[in-house]
Ligand binder design. Structure first.
Ligand code: C2E
Ligand code: CA
Ligand code: CA
Length: 597
């Protein structure tokens, strides 16, 4: 059997590619057509598992959608192939009354397989695809987010054990199956009465860690106590169900709007304000609550549950606790984030990224004091992607460490190429994510790289943003002190916008302070200036720091900054980021250069 492609002219879902595999001929063709109509790029591989495997060998797909609703289709061999050949892509299996897709999830080593059941609607299909992509993206994220996600998946699987009973054996709460019944009934009722309601998905934060440190018995007692506490806050006709593990669902009739839902959500979150006392031990617990509203967000039961779940997962991805409402951007953000994360892996290896340098100019004599290296990504299909778009994604997925390492190597190599024998006549400043600084081998990597390119430490400046807090301040400060002792400069970037301004100023062995551009843009004329900028510059002077004003765009701003003795200008006024060639041509040929090292 062959393969064929179906895609819509109007690309509503940004060209997500889906491989649709299965045995059932006409149904499968119909499904691929529906997906094409929805804007996905669907490729059909029908007949047997080998047709799917052949297709996976030829091309990678964002989503692999397998129809299990026909006998004789060996999905397990596809999963084994995916696992052993490290094939990328989210996996969604399609089940029906006879085929329990969740059995595949339980029995499989691929932790991110997701499932959807017949009958399908465009909406449930779209939401299931986005959910599968989110699960895949997050399960390929390392660090705490991954652990949390695994917990989440684990408890989803465990929930299946409770599927065949109406009540949960541990807490006595309604099970998922009873919740589903009540949800369907409430939808019918609410349609008749034109009333609204809320679905909430409650998940504990770090429950696995609680279990690991206090033991399983304690975990069970905690779940019971917690169910009781939450139950006590609800009205008689509300439903609190246990989905399994540390996952709960809430069904709250007659919640007319977002404000009423927020009041109830806050009441539930208040449950976690005081610690639980189990066996005379205090156990502090935090949680996340995702909320979907009927009919504002959806009137389809599967979507409502998915949306509440997606909202909760969103909090997880941001490492936040508390509650949040579902919004459309969560479904959209997942594939976008996924594709950035996916594509960035290749970008660094395939020369899609390059470095530009923005000049830092002396306020006194207009000479070039240094350059800041800034990353650029020329995506083969999406064009130039701004760092503000992909750096936050790279931080979340920890790919930032690869990005920063790559930048460091590129910038040092390029600078040294120009100044082969002697030291570069101006400073090189490179941005480092706090995540990288917190890596145990950060200092070694940085010093070894500078040595590799024979790059003088005194001509190097490390930029660390004040916008993100360092988790272990003490340890990071020790590292920075070690680096400072080698002669390199340390700049506090984006000064003034974070919460750690004073902490940074007090503890970090900084040499330079970079005033965030949001403050510079507040300087409207060269006379009145801006009082916050005055205060920051005064602070810098009192600590004997070199002061750089970022984002200087007008003569008036420069004039004012010069008046208050700010040392360096960096901004569009004196030059946007450009190639090192341009910088050298512009500055290194005309007049003497000043080495500030
Ligand atoms: P940043 O470190 O604060 O870099 C300065 C940003 O301000 C640059 O944006 C620069 O192009 C922009 N800029 C400079 N002068 C002006 C001006 O006069 N007006 C305006 N409106 N903007 C100006 P860019 O290149 O888009 O970089 C954005 C952020 O991405 C950087 O902010 C930095 O936080 C991050 N970034 C860039 N490259 C790297 C990197 O290699 N590693 C890490 N960790 N972060 C990077
Ligand atoms: Ca910077
Ligand atoms: Ca900055």
């Amino acid at each position: 059997m062959g393969t064929q492609s179906v895609s819509a002219s109007e690309n509503k879902v940004s060209g997500i590619s889906i491989l649709v595999g299965g045995k059932n001929g006409s149904e499968l063709v119909k499904l691929a057509k529906v997906l094409g109509g929805m804007g996905y790029h669907a490729t059909l591989a029908q007949g047997s598992s080998s047709a799917v495997i052949k297709q996976l060998c030829e091309k990678s797909y964002d989503v692999i959608l397998l129809d299990l609703c026909s006998d004789g289709f060996d999905a397990n061999s596809i999963f084994s192939f995916i696992a052993s050949h490290d094939i990328h892509g989210a996996i969604l299996v399609l089940g029906d009354a006879q085929t329990d897709g969740r059995a595949y999830i339980q029995s499989n080593t691929l932790s991110y397989i997701d499932v959807i059941y017949h009958p399908l609607t465009d909406r449930s299909l779209k939401s299931a695809i986005h959910h599968a992509i989110t699960l895949y993206a997050l399960s390929h994220t390392s660090g705490p987010v991954q652990t949390e996600l695994q917990d989440h998946l684990h408890s989803q699987n465990k929930s299946e054990q409770a599927r065949h009973t109406q009540y949960d054996y541990l807490t006595g709460l309604p099970s998922r199956i009873l919740f589903d019944d009540r949800l369907n009934m409430l939808i019918a009722q609410s349609k008749r009465n034109q009333s609204a309601f809320a679905v909430m998905h409650l998940n504990l934060d770090r429950f696995k860690r609680i279990n690991d440190s206090f033991g399983l018995g304690m975990g069970d007692k905690l779940l019971k106590a917690l169910s009781q506490r939450v139950r006590d806050r609800l009205r008689a006709d509300d439903t609190l169900a246990r989905l399994g593990g540390d996952e709960f669902l809430l069904l709250l009739p007659n919640v007319e709007n977002q404000a009423s839902a927020a009041t109830i959500a806050q009441k539930i979150m208040n449950v976690f304000q005081s610690p639980f006392i189990i066996n005379q031990q205090e156990i502090p617990v935090t949680a996340r609550l995702g909320i979907a509203l009927y009919p504002q967000m959806s009137s389809d039961p599967a979507s409502l549950m998915n949306y509440a779940d997606l909202a909760m997962v969103q909090l997880k991805a941001k490492r936040q606790t508390g509650y949040t409402f579902y919004c459309d951007s969560m479904s959209l953000a997942a594939p976008k984030r996924f594709s950035i994360e996916h594509d960035l892996r290749h970008a660094l290896l395939h020369d899609e990224c390059f470095v530009q340098y923005q000049p830092q100019i002396s306020m006194q004599d207009g000479s070039l004091l240094g350059v800041e290296a800034l990353i650029r990504w020329q995506h083969p299909e999406k064009g130039l992607i701004a760092p503000d778009e992909f750096i936050p994604v790279a931080e979340e997925s920890q790919q930032i460490i690869d990005v920063d390492t790559w930048m460091l190597n590129q910038a040092c190599r390029q600078m040294k190429q120009y100044f082969e024998k002697s030291a570069p006549p101006f400073k090189l400043a490179v941005n480092f994510s706090t995540l990288f600084v917190e890596q145990p081998n950060f200092v070694d990597i940085l010093l070894t790289t500078l040595a590799k390119y024979d790059f003088p430490n005194e001509c190097f400046e490390l930029e660390i943003t004040e916008n993100k807090e360092l988790n272990d301040m003490e340890l990071s400060v020790e590292k920075l002190k070690r680096l400072r002792r080698t002669g390199m400069g340390i700049a506090i970037d984006d000064f003034g916008v974070g919460n750690a301004m004073f902490k940074y100023l007090k503890h970090i062995p900084a040499t330079t302070l970079k005033i965030d551009r949001s403050f510079i843009s507040d300087i409207k004329d060269s006379e009145s200036g801006d009082s916050i900028v005055d205060a920051i510059v005064a602070m810098g002077h009192s600590r004997d720091l070199h002061i750089v004003a970022e984002g200087v765009e007008t003569d008036a701003q420069r004039e004012y900054l010069k008046k208050i003795n700010c040392h360096t200008v960096q901004g569009y006024l004196t030059g946007k980021a450009t190639s090192l060639d341009d910088i050298v041509n512009r500055y290194c040929q005309s007049g003497p250069l000043k080495n500030t090292a």
